[in-house]
Design a protein around this ligand. Structure first.
Ligand code: DQA
Length: 138
């Protein structure tokens, strides 16, 4: 059974009520429950933190034993050399995902410290971006 973890960064705990015109009106838990049901043969886990260091800890912790990491580092994507370095340091392949098409938004969202060391990048498909990433691992 493939072991895959979804790691979500800051403010993604507010999905459902945060700027629904951009991020949709589903909570992440609602979405996660349907994905878990749809892929019963995947050992799927979920972690969210608003704290940069906790995200780095989780990447390190899962980065040598899991089959895949689906990472939406949210705003830290555009600022965090530390998260970028963590992705580079581990063995588990990381798919960078974003709900919105960051290239269609403000200039500061065009920069990513993760992409260069990710296996791939999926963005702009709403919450489906996560599902496409999971599918790519299985
Ligand atoms: C995001 C895009 C980021 O620019 C933003 O800071 C987020 C969410 C997305 O999933 O579209 O918090 O990662």
């Amino acid at each position: 059974m493939k072991k895959i973890i979804i790691i979500n960064g800051p403010n993604l705990n507010l999905l459902g009520k945060r700027e629904p015109n951009i991020y949709g009106s589903l909570t992440f838990t609602e979405f996660y429950d349907t994905v878990k049901e749809k892929y019963p043969n995947v050992a799927l886990e979920y972690f969210q933190s608003n704290i940069e260091g906790e995200l780095i800890d989780k990447i390190q912790e899962s980065g040598f034993s899991y089959d895949g990491i689906v990472l939406n580092a949210a705003a830290y994507t555009h600022t965090s050399i530390g998260i970028g370095d963590a992705v580079k340091a581990i063995e588990t392949p990381v798919i960078e995902v974003h709900i919105s098409n960051t290239f269609g938004r403000e200039e500061f969202r065009h920069q990513s410290y993760i992409s260069a060391n990710a296996k791939g990048v999926i963005l702009g498909f709403g919450l489906q971006s996560y599902e496409l990433a999971i599918q790519s691992f299985i």
